[in-house]
Design a protein around this ligand. Structure first.
Ligand code: PMP
Length: 398
């Protein structure tokens, strides 16, 4: 009904988004997840995937998926606590616990659900407090909202401000949970995890690190940011990481002490009341984890590409952000300009996503470039050449 006011309201929102250059659209891929893809019918070299190690399309991973589908079928059929928990799930949980050096691990169907589930399980009273870095991922922000606890934010990576906020809380019966991205998803910089662990311990607060973008990429064996800083489960009791990024599959896990994981099984509603991920996804992830452990060249090559890109971009005077991870955004500022740059790159056959508010704060729109071990040095050279060509419209300050 054209005059129906409820439709007029949502149309007004859509119109405003278009006029502010904030309208979002999906692309259509007709090829597997890899740097050279067919997108919207065109050959594109992509720099926006989170498939950091190039495992999403690995033959061993595909084979494991197919074999498990032959054995277990496609759907898990039920939640883990009913009869949906199959042997591949169990094997993957045990492997993830061993790999991260934690007692136990629990699989969730997505990272979003893992974050919601943990916060909701641990924060049981509206007097409990959740402390959030201002740049935390949307799923952590929503985890705070859903928990119903008091929400307190601190400036990005500012442990001194966090400490001041914690000191304001004097009631010992209150449960406190500090949550942070490990690698910040839109910035690529990392949380000061050693300091955070010290502050959390001094205040008997839980600390949860969402290492979605560090797991598989950072640390000597690829176990992530906490491994890189030598932080075990006594220092950081809750580790969350996703499987849809460096491992190239889908889902997420939480790793920690036996008691923590048992507690989550009793209380995490996004684990209890949802269908377990397909067993074939767990089997594929197990194959992927084995590749992560045995093929350290993937991580080494990725780190070489990161250096190559940063060196080349610095020489071109591009607005790099302080990141040593696979996420290498170029800070542009205006949404309109970021979108225009993304379109100019697309005209040259390169796909780099324009990230705009509300995903990032106002006036900090950026080109979010992500690198993968599946890229070649020639791919990165091509990106740098294209950036050089469109360079005149990239300002050096936001
Ligand atoms: N945490 C962070 C930091 C993320 O970047 C993402 C996904 N982009 C998630 C959680 C959610 O993970 P999933 O995609 O598995 O829901």
């Amino acid at each position: 009904m054209p005059s129906d006011p409820k439709f007029a309201k949502i149309r007004a929102v859509l119109d405003a988004r278009r006029s502010q250059h904030l309208y979002r659209r999906t692309l259509l891929a007709d090829s597997p997840q890899q740097p050279h893809m067919t997108i919207n019918g065109q050959a594109m070299l992509t720099f926006c995937s989170n498939d950091y190690l190039g495992l999403a399309n690995h033959p061993d991973v595909i084979r494991a998926f197919q074999q498990a589908a032959n054995t277990y079928g496609v759907g898990s059929g039920a939640a883990h606590l009913v009869n949906g928990h199959s042997r591949p799930h169990q094997q993957l949980e045990e492997a993830l616990a061993a790999f991260t050096g934690r007692d136990s691990a629990l699989l969730f169907s997505t990272g979003y659900m893992a974050n919601l589930g943990v916060a909701n399980a641990l924060l049981t009273s509206r007097h409990d407090v959740i402390y959030q870095d201002r740049l935390n991922h949307a799923s952590l922000v929503d985890a705070g909202l859903l928990s119903g606890a008091k929400r307190v934010r601190y400036a990005h990576n500012d442990t001194t401000q966090l400490q001041v906020r914690l000191q304001a809380q004097t009631d010992p019966s209150v449960t406190q949970l500090i949550v942070t991205d490990g690698v910040f998803s839109m910035d690529g910089d990392v949380a000061p995890v050693t300091d955070l662990a010290r502050v959390a311990q001094a205040h008997q607060a839980w600390l949860m690190v969402d290492d979605a973008h560090g797991f598989g990429v950072l640390g000597k064996t690829g176990a992530g940011l906490l491994e890189a800083h030598g932080l075990d489960q006594d220092s950081v009791p809750i580790l969350m990481a996703t499987l849809g990024k460096a491992l190239g599959t889908a889902g997420a896990f939480v790793a920690g002490s036996r008691d923590l994981i048992e507690y989550l099984k009793q209380s995490a509603r996004t684990w209890i009341y949802t269908t377990a991920q397909p067993p074939a996804v767990a089997a594929a992830t197990l194959a992927s984890l084995q590749l992560l452990e045995t093929e350290s060249w993937r991580r080494e090559h990725l780190h070489d590409l990161i250096q190559q890109f940063r060196h080349g971009a610095a020489q071109l005077g591009l607005p790099l952000m302080p990141s040593d991870t696979a996420i290498q955004p170029l800070l542009i500022g205006s949404s309109e300009q970021t979108l225009a740059l993304s379109q100019q790159l697309a005209q040259r056959g390169l796909l780099v996503t324009a990230i705009r508010p509300p995903t990032v704060p106002a006036n900090t729109a950026r080109l979010r470039i992500t690198l993968s071990a599946a890229h070649s040095t020639a791919d990165v050279e091509r990106l740098l050449d294209a950036l050089q060509q469109i360079h005149p419209t990239v300002p050096t300050t936001p």
